[in-house]
Design a protein around this ligand. Structure first.
Ligand code: AMP
Length: 546
């Protein structure tokens, strides 16, 4: 049986506020934590963003606030300014009919206004550790009478190096205070912190899987590392993306990805450590207001990010830590909504994927990268659909006039329509379908093949026109040392233009005026079809059987 908000011993004014926010029933963490916190017990909630943890501690805090007090009654310590602002906003909403004086404090803000607010009286302070300590040291923030202290996203604070600050803050609070600790993971330092400062804490564990991952449609596709960008842009063509978060490992990676997506006409921006706080907030604002469809982020920059309605999370690469994976994909499928998480897996990352599946105890389903044909069909279907919508609306008076004018000029109606579609599709040119090579064979097989090549029986001589390697055919092209070509130029040109894996190309002998290159027989039709004329060092040259 589901618990109702009315069953949690919450003040009716709080129940009314959450109901008006559209919360129908308490989320599991709320049902578990609220009654405990109302009683004044210490709690440890192992839960991530998206589970409803803010309301789980904010509602009891609001319930327990005593009016007209002249001291800070509750302190909420959070890792980022971003989260501080969200928490304050949430508390103001929940406290609509039972108001409390809430203040966010974090680095980067001018001290003056914060100090004035503190002097006038604040019931709940929400802040980042460094700024809280600063204000305490300045003698303007006194937490000596705080009844409740919340440590939110404790593991994030730990990984950001705030643990000493947290010890220092807790040391200033009264020993009989109530302490609530929320953390997605409970590493040893966090457990030690709990042992030191908490009294008989009630631990509530919500497996990330049940809470966040279950509602998410998790998919992966295997693609060569070099083709990931191409695969991502192809996915963008066929997925119904309303807003997407793309995770990349490095800052440089985020920049490159965002520019590639922008070049293809998607509104994308980066969220990484290079951004100033102001730029970061601006970017997030645009994203929330749907002026920006794609955020390309690093894990660090995406910390504490609370954005709902993300339709897709893309993992451009796999994080080393399975928990980070859960964290990433937990950004979609929020508050009971379904979401899609797509991971691009290089062959070398397959093992990591298995580990993640084992960790989440959920199967991630394999999908294929959309083919060129899929994309072209998709584009066509979309165009036909759009035309259908306009035909139904029938509001194209001005356009009709143009058609009539063209008809009068003697053009055929079908020709006019076809030409108009050509114009309408011009923007597709911005989005060329990037080529993708077949996935590289696993390293073990590659090794086998190399071994055979060097075992003697496959040995060949440069001067022999026929390849002696089993399964290989020798081709020739009319460029050589005189033109300054190197083996890499040959592999690159053939592999990319014929779309075959580079490693499958065999021996290469560069002579004065020509070059011999061995390619697998199975790829011959592709090589002689698509790449019969290859461009090497920007010059066209013919490939032919030697
Ligand atoms: P949090 O984990 O606190 O960041 O909350 C995640 C999201 O869930 C926020 O957007 C909340 O507004 C929303 N939320 C929290 N509690 C409920 C609830 N009981 N019903 C529906 N949505 C909720």
């Amino acid at each position: 049986m589901t618990t109702e908000f009315t069953q949690l011993n919450l003040h009716p004014q709080l129940v009314q506020a959450v109901t008006e926010q559209g919360y129908e029933t308490p989320m599991p963490i709320q049902a578990a934590i609220i009654p405990l916190m109302i009683q004044g017990l210490d709690v440890i909630g192992q839960a991530q963003t998206g589970t409803g943890k803010t309301a789980a501690y904010a509602l009891p805090i609001l319930q327990n606030i005593q009016p007209e007090q002249n001291h800070v009654q509750s302190l909420i310590v959070v890792p980022t300014r971003e989260l501080a602002l969200q928490v304050v906003e949430a508390i103001s909403g929940y406290g609509r009919y039972r108001p409390a004086r809430v203040l966010a404090v974090y680095g980067g803000l001018a001290y003056g206004p914060q100090i004035n607010r503190l002097k006038r009286g604040v019931d709940i302070v929400v802040g980042t550790p460094g700024r809280l300590l600063d204000l305490m040291n300045k003698g303007v923030l006194n937490i000596g009478q705080a009844r409740t202290v919340v440590l939110d996203e404790a593991d994030e604070m730990l990984s950001m190096g705030f643990i000493e600050d947290i010890h220092a803050i807790l040391a200033e609070t009264p020993p009989d205070r109530q302490t609530a600790l929320f953390s997605a993971t409970l590493p040893p330092e966090i457990r030690r912190l709990a042992d030191k400062y908490m009294r008989d804490p009630q631990a509530i564990t919500l497996g990330g899987e049940q809470v966040t991952v279950a509602a998410i449609d998790q998919r992966f596709c295997v693609v060569n590392q070099n083709d990931k960008l191409a695969a991502l842009t192809r996915m963008f063509e066929v997925e119904e993306i309303t807003s997407a978060l793309v995770f990349a490992r490095t800052r440089a990676g985020t920049n490159e990805l965002a520019s590639e997506l922008m070049a293809r006409g998607y509104s994308a921006e980066v969220l990484n450590g290079d951004l100033s706080q102001e730029a970061r907030e601006q970017t997030l604002k645009r994203f929330r207001e749907n002026k920006l469809r794609v955020l390309v982020a690093t894990d660090v920059a995406a910390r504490g990010l609370d954005i709902n309605d993300i339709s897709h999370v893309f993992n451009y690469d796999l994080p080393d830590d399975s928990e980070i994976y859960v964290h990433r994909i937990g950004r979609t499928g929020r508050a009971g909504k379904s979401g899609i998480a797509i991971t691009l897996v290089a062959p070398s990352e397959r093992r990591r994927l298995k580990q993640i599946e084992a960790f989440t105890r959920r199967k991630i389903s394999q999908v294929e990268v959309p083919t060129e044909e899929d994309i072209l069909n998709h584009r066509k279907d979309r165009l036909v659909k759009q035309i259908g919508v306009w035909l139904q609306r029938g509001r194209y008076k001005k356009e009709r006039e143009i058609v009539e004018m063209l008809l009068q000029e003697g053009h055929d109606p079908v020709e006019i329509a076809a030409a108009a579609l050509k114009v309408a599709r011009a923007e597709e040119k911005q989005r060329p379908i990037a080529p993708i090579s077949p996935v590289a064979e696993p390293a073990a097989r590659k090794f086998e093949r190399r071994k055979n090549q060097s075992s003697g029986k496959g040995r060949t001589s440069a001067n022999e026109p026929v390849s002696h390697e089993p399964g290989m055919v020798r081709l020739m092209l009319h460029m050589g040392k005189q033109q300054g070509i190197r083996p890499g130029d040959v592999v690159g040109a053939i592999a990319s233009q014929a779309r075959i894996p580079g490693y499958s190309i065999g021996k290469i002998f560069i002579q004065e005026k020509h070059t011999l290159v061995d390619v697998p027989e199975e790829y011959l039709p592709q090589v002689l079809g698509k790449a019969k004329e290859v461009h090497i060092l920007k010059q066209p040259t013919q490939l032919q059987i030697a």
